[in-house]
Design a protein around this ligand. Structure first.
Ligand code: SAH
Ligand code: SF4
Ligand code: F3S
Length: 435
């Protein structure tokens, strides 16, 4: 068999695409290697969310180009979000690339591989509807797996590249998803994470279908497993969805709802379709209906024109809505987006990174406070790993509400559901004991 090495950058959607590409490549006679140097086929699956991730993609393949000079039979594929965005331009920046593979047509990979092996050089970035094909999926060995249910985005937040790299929102057929979940359960996966750039708008382009309906269908599949879904757009969270999370025993008490900013002015400039008050009301409703729920968020520091006062509103929102954890980032201008054109409003780099540090400080404070609430409680933990932590054997796992727990234990219990007594809380994890 020939060997393929794939380097995956970016979000879970990219990781899921990689698993699908590996399935197709297996069909084409390639086996995966973790050693780039011994590969006949090198693939970089790229992310474009910030400039740093894009730069990393280009610098990572520089060395592959050098290898190709010595071993010209090597083929190099540049895929993912930067591929979809930069298209033919990639051949100019990296002339040794054989295939530019956009996000819309990964299912064409077997045919495209055949063609590049025959000496063609191809840019495959058309925006086509889902052309799903039934190849096997080579999933990463783990307790959990990802299943995309919707892809793309129609929201066009002014800072964000995703609508350009992933195209318009498309929902996958419900029966295809149900079959994929059943197969994953049969293969031993214990936690299914449903993916979408706006997972809660699943089904808007289908007839008589939404996320609640899908969750109820999946919840009725037999077996002991958990279901999660990410990422939710705040105003697409319906009462029905909250009710469904509450009623379905397999659906975890966890919502990831990026707020981005606590300032109404900034939210408007970002083209987010809610204000601070509405976001707060959604959190409140969820917390009232779903006991022990974890709500996590994303925030951007230093959006063009953001004033110190507006930034402080973000800090106060994190505290006021008791967000359990937040991903944070400094604003990064993305070519082709609306906000990137507001160069006269760009925030000084020092100020931006100072704000990011302050955001992280409040995030740490919120996380610790959130974790401390669980001391003394007994929680169900799905064990994900066994490791030596500072000289002691520990098993690590995740609660239903997505908290990491470390438990002293000399036995590898990966894949088991345990009831654990929480004895301590650190910023990023809980400490527990087996009962
Ligand atoms: N669909 C989700 C977010 C997907 S992108 C939502 O709407 O909430 C993941 C996160 O990356 C975003 O929530 C945002 O916080 C961050 N992000 C996106 N574009 C960015 C940019 N240009 N600079 C900095 N952070 C960005
Ligand atoms: Fe990007 Fe906004 Fe779409 Fe999220 S909703 S993917 S932030 S454009
Ligand atoms: Fe990155 Fe594309 Fe995901 S830009 S975050 S890999 S959708």
């Amino acid at each position: 068999m020939k060997k393929v090495y794939i380097e995956t950058m970016g979000c879970q959607m990219n990781k899921s695409d990689t698993e699908r590409m590996l399935g197709m490549l297996d069909y084409c006679g390639y086996e995966e290697t973790k050693e780039a140097k011994e590969a006949d086929l090198l693939i970089i699956n790229t992310c474009s969310i910030r400039k740093l991730s894009e730069d990393k993609a280009y610098s990572a393949i520089g060395v592959w180009g050098k290898w190709k000079k010595a071993r010209p039979h090597i083929k190099i594929v540049f895929s993912g979000c930067v591929a979809q965005q930069d298209r033919e331009e990639i051949f100019r920046r990296a002339p040794y690339v054989d295939l530019v593979l956009g996000t819309h047509n990964i299912y064409e990979l077997p045919d495209l591989i055949k063609r590049i092996n025959n000496g063609e050089r191809i840019c495959a970035t058309p925006e086509v509807p889902f052309g799903e094909k039934d190849y096997s999926i080579k999933r990463v060995k783990s307790t959990g797996c990802w299943i995309p249910i919707t892809e793309g985005c129609n929201n066009f937040c002014t800072y964000c590249i995703v609508p350009y790299t992933r195209g318009r929102e498309r929902s996958r057929d419900m029966n295809t998803i149900i079959k994929e979940v059943k197969d994953a359960i049969k293969d031993g996966f214990k936690e299914i994470t449903l993916l979408g750039q706006n997972v809660d708008s699943y089904g808007k382009d289908l007839e008589d279908c939404n996320l609640s309906k899908l969750l109820r269908e999946l919840n009725s599949i037999e077996g002991q497993f958990r279901i999660r879904f990410v990422t939710s757009y705040p105003t697409d969270i319906t009462d029905e969805l909250i009710q469904t999370v509450n009623e379905c025993d397999k659906v975890c008490e966890y919502f990831h709802i990026p707020m981005q900013s606590g300032s109404d002015y900034t939210l408007k400039k970002m083209n987010r379709r809610y204000d601070r008050k509405t976001y707060g009301e959604i959190c409140h409703k969820i917390r009232t209906l779903v006991p022990d729920v974890t709500i996590t968020s994303d925030f951007i520091a230093g959006f063009p024109g953001e004033t110190e006062e507006q930034f402080e509103e973000t800090l106060s929102a994190m505290r006021e809505f008791e967000l359990d954890y937040s991903n944070t980032a400094a604003y990064s201008p993305r070519k082709g987006t609306v906000a990137a054109k507001w160069t006269d409003l760009y925030i000084d780099e020092d100020v931006k990174f100072d704000r990011l540090a302050r955001l992280n400080e409040v995030n740490r404070e919120c996380c610790l406070k959130s974790n401390q609430k669980f001391i003394g409680r007994e929680l169900e933990v799905l064990i994900e790993g066994f490791e030596n932590h500072k000289g002691k054997n520990v098993i690590t796992g995740r609660t239903r509400n997505n908290k990491i727990v470390h438990i002293p234990c000399d036995e590898n219990l990966t894949g088991q559901f345990l009831t654990v007594k929480i004895t301590g809380a650190k910023t990023w994890y809980l400490q527990g004991e087996m009962i």
